[in-house]
Design a binder for this molecule. Sequence first.
Ligand SMILES: [Ca+2]
Ligand SMILES: [Ca+2]
Ligand SMILES: [Ca+2]
Ligand SMILES: [Ca+2]
Length: 518
Amino acid sequence: MTLCRIWPLLPIFGLACTEYSYTSKTAIDVFQQNQRNKVDVLMVVDNSGSMIEEQAKLGANFQAFIQYFQDIDVDYQIGVITTDMVNESDQGRLRGGNDEIVLLSAAGLTIDRVAWSRAWGIEPGRAWQLDPASLSATANDLPSAWCASTEVYGASDTGTPGAANHACPGAPRPDTDEPGDSGDTGPVPDEAGEIVITEFLADPVDVEDTLGEWIELTNVTSEDLLLDGCVLADDDINRWTFPAGTVIPALGRLVVARSDQGGVLADVLIEGGFTLNNRDLLITPGTDDPAEVFAENVAVGFTGWGWEMGFETARQAFLEPVYTEANGAFLRDDASFSLIFLSDEEDSSPYTVDEYLRFLTELKGEEAYRDHRIFNISAVVGSTPPEFPGDPSCESEHGAAVYGSRFIKAVERTEGVLESICAADFSPIAAELGLTASGLEVEFVLHEACDENSLVVSLYADATDESFVRELVKDVDYSFVPERNAIRFEEEQVPPAQYYIVAEYRVLAVGAGNGGAR
Ligand SMILES: [Ca+2]
Ligand SMILES: [Ca+2]
Ligand SMILES: [Ca+2]
Ligand SMILES: [Ca+2]
């Protein structure tokens, strides 16, 4: 039997050749794994009630999500918006730069709370400190009471952890008079007020955020106070309890730090990752501590409006002036675009799915209608139709989800990924979403009807004989899908970008089948 020469016919993607022998015809198909160099990802995360566990599960799986981006060196941008069309800080605006610190008593009362928004203009390497003239738990609710510290304590990070704050006049102030917009509607009366949050460093530059973030608390009473059972929390993912016996001295300060390696003399170390969000609207390969920023940004809270409008907020994200002013006109012409919905409700947006599909597809131009690698929609929603109308699509330990038929229609039309919001483990889901966004191909359709038993699949690093990697083992390294006459790779098996996959097989005679599989 004579096989046709593969080389030097390579590197022609998708080249097929066939030759005849006495008894059968043999085909050789050559595929090259795809390479997407740039990917823009917009995640639309439901911020209505009942979504908090799902947000946390997604946030914890950043590494699974970007593993394929890292493997093939994709230049990625990941932004997050909510499904909320009512709150003015939402409505399609990218998340990022919002966070809060809440100090709770053992009984759960708020001792003090400070929420900041992206409009504060928090820059890397600068602690934000309360003006000594505003030393109270209510006065510190207003952005105008805060300024960036101008005193350097480390190599370059500023702040006065454990020491008196300097007066604010002359120092950079927040660019807003609005209180933090991480879900609150204005200054919140603090119920106790004996301890005041007086300074924090959210984005250190001298060391990693995981090592260098800290919070300064000030006791404004003339008694030593015991912090047993007191909690530091934020509006969504962070919650940490002070160790027993922690005392903040009368009229003194306490520095709570994430490690003792940040150049700060810490009184208490936070165990378990209390995170202060940076002002990153987009996560990119250059983002410091991207997993933390991702977790904070997808933790969009649960106080959003009850009519979830994911398609409409996605549209608003690209309408002026929001697109340029709030979202930095982030889509790149030469990048593919993946839109990912995460919701346990049906979409309530005003227009038809077709209208949204047309608007979103046109962001990437004519070609995006034909090539879904350029634009696709994935969804983690209630993914199976209920048996009886009105029943939930699925239920998890965190509640029930409504069938997301509008999202599913968009997923099917753009060949995205559909996953269940009720899944217990989001790690494989995050990996699958990342795989789709990466543009790597998982299935290769053979050009001739393949006799499965004769199939030999080999992997090459490039278009030379010498780059032969190995012969792949069926049902171990790949599977054959008779229904589609295709070889398929599951997550861990997917060939690296730009590698060549060479399939040799006997062509089935007309009328023959693969063991009756059809
Ligand atoms: Ca306060
Ligand atoms: Ca200080
Ligand atoms: Ca941070
Ligand atoms: Ca936080």
